[in-house]
Structures are given as C-alpha cells and as structure tokens.
Design a binder for this molecule. Structure first.
Ligand SMILES: Cc1cc2nc3c(=O)[nH]c(=O)nc-3n(C[C@H](O)[C@H](O)[C@H](O)COP(=O)(O)O)c2cc1C
Length: 498
C-alpha cells in the first residue's frame, strides 16, 4: 500500500503494531521529549508514539496530535521507504548506475526503462485546493504558540520544529532544495533557521544575500514518509529531493503552489509554514539546543524567518523528533542514508566493500570502511577520497579495514583495527572542514581529522614480518561438535555458540 502522507504512515504503523497512542495529557514542554527519549533508548528503538491530547506551553489542551519516533527502528524506516531491507534500495541504485554498453538492439531497448527509472516519477503539481491548505492563516491569525511545537531539553533556547522539510530554491539554477534543519520558534510569527554553513539551504541564502533579494522559504511538516526522509539525505545540490522521493516511492510526490510565497510545497503535508528570510536584516541568536551529539550546541547567529502564512489540514498531525545522546530516532534516518548511498560512494571509490557509521559516532565522528585492497597505500587513497566527498568531508575519524571485516559490527571492526595497527605508522592526521556541531575543534567548523589504516600491511608498505591468520575453527570439527551438542548437557549455549 502506498503511503501518500503522514496519516497513511501513522495508520500503517498502527496496523503493524508499531505505534502506541497516548491519550493522557502530556506537555509539549519537555514531557513529550522525556517519554520519547525513554522509548528511543529502549531495545530496538521502542514504539512510535502518537500523543493525541498534548498540552500546550500555556497549559491548554491541543487538538493537534504529536507524532514522534515514527522512523525510529529498522522496521519502521523500512516501512517508510517501502522495503523490508534498506539494502534493496541500494541494489536499485546499483542497478541504475551499472551502465554496460549495450550489445545489439535487444540490450539497447532494455536500457531505456533503466535510464527512465530515476526520472520516471518527477514531482507533479496539482491544481485546486491541496489538503495542506484546507485552512490558511495569514496576518494576525498566525500564532505558532497554538501549534504543539515541542521544547526538548532543559537548556534549549525555546520550542523547535525538529522534523521539517525546509524548502528553498537556488536562484541561479532554479533547482529546489529540501533540507531537514531545526527551526527555533522566537515568536508567534518569527523563527530562526538553523541551516549550517555546509548545507544547501545556507548556500541558497548566501546567494540571495549576494543578490540583495529576499528569500522565500517554506517549511513543510508531514507529507509522505519518503519525502520526510529525503530532507535528511545529503543529496547533491543538483538533485531535487522530491524527485528522489518519487524514485524511492515509485510514485510522484504531489506538490502545490504555496499560498504566500513563490515555492511549491508537498500537497499532502499536514501543515506548512511559509515565510521569507531578508538577508539585509541582522542575524538572530539561535539556540542553545540539545543536539544529536548528546551535548548542547551553543547559541549562535542565524537568519530569522518571517512567517507570512500557516496553512494546514482541518485536522493536522504534528510530526516531531528529538535528538540527544544516541541512540535516537535520527540514527535510523542516517542509517537509511548509509545504505542508499553506498553504491554512490562505490561509483567513485570502487574498492569500497562496505562502510558503517555507528550510532555513538553521530555520523561524522566515526566511519568504518572495508576495502578490497589491491595496491600499497590504498587505505590512504580511500580516506582522502572520502574526505573530498560532500558531507563525508566532515568525518572526524575514518578507520579503513580489509574486505573480510564486517564493519556493520563495530566491536569486530575495533577488534581487528586495534590488532592490526602500529599507531605511529598507521595513524595520520590531516586538516579540513569540521561539522558545525563539533564543540572540540580548534576553530568553529575547522580542525583536524584522523585516519587509521587498519588493513593488513604489505611488503611494499615497509612491513617485512609475517602477518598471522584470524583464528577460525575448521568446519569438520564444528560439524562433529554440532552432532554431539545435545548430549553434552551444556545449558544456555546454542549449537554454534549462539
Ligand atoms: C533530526 C535531524 C535534524 C537535523 N538538524 C539539522 C540542523 O538543524 N541543521 C543542519 O544544517 N542540518 C541538520 N540535519 C542534517 C541535515 O538534514 C542533512 O545534513 C541534510 O543532508 C541537509 O540537506 P541538504 O544537503 O539539502 O542541505 C538534521 C538531520 C536530522 C535527521
């Protein structure tokens, strides 16, 4: 069944036993966050939650339910993207990128649908009043305090939109960008936009500032789950997130003209906040915010968004997430990116077998990469390539291992790495851009990186001792022990040590 909007997704999760409705009054001020945090920290990510009667900051009950932790398990992120295993999407992308010259007309014909696969489902603009504009609030009707926007942590600067699709347009190319950037509520019609300097929304803003033009911005909440995920995906600036969402869904995303700004917004959104950034205006103080590092990101200056309209369904559901000490819901969104982008990494760095960013590494702090090593120095080549690619350039520590290491298992990766390295020989430091959220770098967004070559060392790399094999029991002995296992009377241990 296709999931065309947030309510479809909520209903599908409920049918699958993945969602718990909470009818009790729970405050949007930290209480929802505390409940969600306990769920997200429970084994497997806990259930998705729908708070049906959240209490607003002023103490009034809201009729707008708050949905949270919708993407927060392997099963639910798979459901959001219509697969039971995220690697299925990776395989689709690989198929798309495998371009052998066709031999004969049969193969040429077979290539055509493949080429069309990515562009088969371009976003479609719908006429008439879209669901997200059943209610249109303008002027004095705009009051963000009536929306159940959550305040997450005690030292946060205020309430935040935490699961938004921030829509902007590149003034040079006209290409749309959709980014998931937290947005702080500063007043009933005023927001602070936290697009970090390395992100595409910020690039559009710099471009608009150079032109001295006001910048239209739309912030969509809800819509189909693939579109919500795509806002968090580090797609190249030339790829429209809603085109990619169409590819993931195998159906176009429906868009509609925004009510007060010159942008298209997902027609199926629950709620859309429209407005503009005026680059001529001074920046406003944003934060602090309890961030996905598990620490507060400090207050800093970001552009203000003036709200020109709030449009919504008659009965919107407000989607949210919280970030904080991992594991949290955002790990699963990041994990989808890890799986979907593997074929794209392999396109330019073909020796990569797999990679993994463990939850506690917060994406940019730690990347394990396994490679098929074919020449000396290849681990350094791979690290340098990764540090030159998109948001991978922010990676603080990259550990490169041989192909047989299962990098999806961080314990195995560390075990092998710690065995295989001679620290002075195998660790190198370099410099580069650092994630905005890193609080330890010597300067804001600039600092050092560390690479560990944990591959087997070759003679050409100056290693002339013998390299030992990994200890693995032979199959014959395993089979004999399997056959006798039940007679051994050893409780609590499975046949193969499981
Ligand atoms: C829950 C969540 C919150 C995020 N908050 C921010 C944020 O406040 N600012 C930011 O620049 N990136 C944030 N990100 C990361 C961006 O969504 C991500 O880097 C994305 O690729 C940005 O889109 P862009 O490449 O189109 O700029 C967040 C991601 C998630 C999953």
């Amino acid at each position: 069944m296709s999931l065309n909007n947030l309510r479809d997704f909520v209903a599908a999760l409920e049918r699958a036993g993945e969602l718990v409705r909470v009818p009790a009054p729970v405050s949007v001020v930290r209480e929802i966050a505390e409940v969600a945090d306990r769920c997200m920290k429970s084994p497997g990510g806990g259930p998705a939650l729908l708070f049906t009667r959240p209490t607003l900051a002023g103490g009034k009950a809201s009729s707008v339910p708050v949905a949270i932790n919708l993407f927060g398990s392997y099963k639910r992120i798979g459901m959001a993207l219509g697969v039971s295993d995220l690697n299925e999407i990776g395989a689709r992308v690989t198929h798309l990128l495998t371009m052998k010259p066709p031999e004969g007309w049969r193969q040429k014909l077979a290539l055509l649908p493949k080429l069309a696969e990515l562009t088969k489902y371009p976003p479609r603009t719908v006429d008439g009043r879209p669901p997200c504009q059943e209610l249109v609030l303008k002027g004095s009707e705009i009051d963000l305090s009536q929306v159940p926007i959550i305040t997450c942590w005690p030292e946060d600067g205020g309430p935040y939109l935490t699961l938004p699709q921030v829509i902007t347009r590149d003034p040079k190319t006209g290409v749309r960008n959709v980014g998931m950037y937290r947005v702080q509520v500063l007043g009933k019609d005023l927001l602070a936009m936290h697009w970090q300097r390395h992100k595409v929304g910020a690039a559009h803003w710099r471009e608009m500032a150079a032109r001295g033009e006001k910048m239209p911005v739309a912030i969509a909440l809800g819509g189909d789950p693939a579109s919500i995920y795509c806002a968090s995906a580090p797609l190249p600036p030339t790829i429209d997130e809603y085109l990619f969402a169409g590819f993931l869904r195998r159906q176009p995303v429906h868009l509609a003209k925004a009510a007060t700004v010159d942008l298209l917004v997902p027609a199926e959104s629950e709620l859309v906040i429209e407005g503009y950034v005026d680059p001529a205006e001074p920046l406003v103080l944003e934060g602090p915010f309890g961030d996905h590092t598990g620490f507060y990101s400090l207050a800093d200056y970001y552009p203000a968004v003036h709200v020109t309209a709030i449009t919504m369904r008659q009965d919107p559901i407000y989607p949210a997430t919280i970030v904080g000490r991992p594991p949290m819901e955002d790990y699963y969104l990041g994990h989808a990116t890890e799986r979907i982008f593997l074929p794209l990494l392999k396109l330019t760095v073909p020796e990569i077998v797999d990679y993994h960013m463990p939850a506690y590494g917060i994406f940019h702090n730690l990347v394990f990469v396994s490679i098929k090593k074919q020449f000396p120095g290849q681990a350094w080549k791979v690290m340098n390539a990764l540090w030159g690619m998109g948001l991978m350039s922010l990676a603080k520590l990259i550990v490169v291992l041989d192909q047989e290491v299962n990098v999806q298992d961080p314990e195995e990766a560390w075990w092998v790495a710690l065995n295989h390295m001679d620290p002075e020989r195998d660790i190198r430091f370099t410099m580069g851009p650092i994630d905005v959220l890193d609080h330890s770098s010597r300067a804001f967004t600039y600092g050092s990186k560390m690479g560990i070559d944990a591959t087997r060392k070759w003679k050409e790399e100056g290693f002339d001792r013998e390299w030992p094999n990994r200890i693995v029991m032979d199959e014959e002995t395993k089979r004999r022990v399997d056959a006798m296992w039940d007679q051994l009377g050893i409780p609590g241990v499975g046949r193969r040590g499981t």
